[in-house]
Design a protein around this ligand. Structure first.
Ligand code: GLN
Length: 254
């Protein structure tokens, strides 16, 4: 697993080097470059040598609608909005929550998935609620809404003496939870379920965080692409294709 992650970093930086850093994304009209952070199952993860997941399937359907070819760049989550603004990628599809802070630098499409934050602890943990996180070390993904929420709780005194440890990838936070380096991890609902299902000594605690809406990030000045993506999303939902990929990755609500 470690070797695998190291390889991933390497291929990511090579891809970034190969595509340069100034507006490459918009130069070929037939290619839609999607940036993501492929360590967020089931939205995006690595299978063999490929990036797969719900977001990838959704982006492929959108690219089909726009008559474009989808290319994927795997990068750190907290570099995605900058990469959209700089034109290194056309869109970020990364289980990214539409937030007011991010809306200052990018456009968001209509929402495509509702989520919230969860707390993951070991089965034998003494932590049973958000209040119990006081004085504990808490793992989050750098620059995510989980990071923002818990950091604001630590700042406003809701959580006294909590130590927040920021990781580039959710999987790395989980690894540190398993070896007791952190006491809890805050992460989005579906990845939380995925990580917990893969281990036999982890559990999820309900957390009082507000509902979030995932959306696709697009460059601020590119209202044309924002409109095209919203039309594509609407027709993918209306045609039943959205439900197909939803059922492929999630248990249906009924
Ligand atoms: N939904 C969270 C956010 O937008 C986490 C996304 C992620 O880690 N890929 O900050």
């Amino acid at each position: 697993m470690k070797k695998f992650i190291a390889g991933l970093f390497l291929s990511t930086s090579l891809l970034i080097a190969a595509t340069g850093c100034s507006g490459e994304a918009s130069q070929n009209e037939n290619i839609l470059i999607m940036g993501t952070n492929a360590a967020f199952p089931p939205f995006e993860y690595i299978q063999g040598t490929e990036v797969v997941g719900f977001d990838v399937d959704l982006a492929k359907l959108i690219a089909d609608q726009l008559d474009m070819e989808l290319q994927i760049m795997d990068m750190e989550f907290n570099t995605l909005t900058g990469a959209v603004s700089n034109g290194i990628i056309d869109i970020a599809v990364a289980g990214m929550t539409n937030t007011p802070e991010r809306r200052e630098s990018v456009n968001f499409s209509d929402g495509y998935f509702s989520s919230k934050q969860m707390i993951i602890v070991k089965n034998d943990s003494s932590i049973e609620s958000t209040e119990d996180l006081a004085g504990q070390s808490i793992g989050v993904q750098l620059g995510t809404t989980g990071d923002q929420f818990i950091s604001s709780f630590a700042k406003d005194g809701t959580l006294q003496n909590a130590e927040i440890i920021r990781f580039d990838k959710g999987a790395l936070a989980i690894a540190d939870l398993l070896n007791d380096t952190v006491d809890a991890v805050i992460i989005d609902e579906e990845p939380a379920k995925n990580f917990v299902a893969a281990q036999d000594n982890l559990q999820i605690l309900e957390a009082p965080f507000i509902e979030e809406e995932y959306a696709i990030a697009i460059a601020k000045d590119n209202t044309e692409l924002t409109d095209q993506i919203n039309s594509a999303l609407a027709s993918i939902k209306a045609s039943g294709q959205y439900d197909e990929i939803f059922n492929k990755y999630f248990e249906s609500a009924e």
